[in-house]
Design a protein around this ligand. Structure first.
Ligand code: HEC
Length: 119
């Protein structure tokens, strides 16, 4: 009985941790592709009607111009936070900081770049 109680307690604490974080590629496919495109090239289905075009995340030169901290900030707080367009929405209410950190790393794989240089 005692063991069962501890097992249930352990499950209670373990469960939220295992499902709270979604892989970056899934979050990108859910929340970003409609503007930034399925391959991240900035050609999502929304762009015809957008006055400011979404960043091409495969553009190594442009993406290397941004630090990870800036990319984190623009995802969390939206375009305005880094003096860019309001048409880049804020995601801080939808994604956790951990998920945003994973997205930054994911964008680095799309651009094949790091801050200051292409790979
Ligand atoms: C409604 C369309 C839309 C959606 C959805 C969207 N973005 Fe954007 N995003 C934009 C636009 C437009 C810009 C360019 C803003 C500008 O140049 O002023 C942008 C810019 C960015 C930039 C800044 C690049 C730079 O250095 O200028 C990053 C990073 C970014 N988006 C990541 C994401 C991520 C990650 C998601 C999904 C969680 C996402 N975006 C979802 C429209 C969108």
């Amino acid at each position: 009985m005692r063991n069962l109680k501890y097992t249930l307690l352990a499950l209670l604490f373990a469960a939220p941790v295992t499902y709270a974080k979604t892989p970056a590629s899934d979050n990108y496919a859910l929340y970003c592709v409609q503007c930034h495109g399925l391959s991240g090239n900035g050609k999502g289905v929304n762009i015809r009607d957008m006055s400011v075009q979404p960043r091409d995340h495969t553009d190594a030169k442009a993406m290397a111009g941004r630090s990870d901290a800036e990319i984190f900030k623009v995802i969390k707080e939206g375009g305005l936070a880094i003096d860019k367009s309001v048409q880049m929405p804020p995601w801080g209410d939808v994604l956790s900081d951990a998920e945003i950190t994973d997205l930054v790393a994911y964008l680095r794989t799309l651009c094949q770049c790091v801050y200051g240089a292409s790979k």
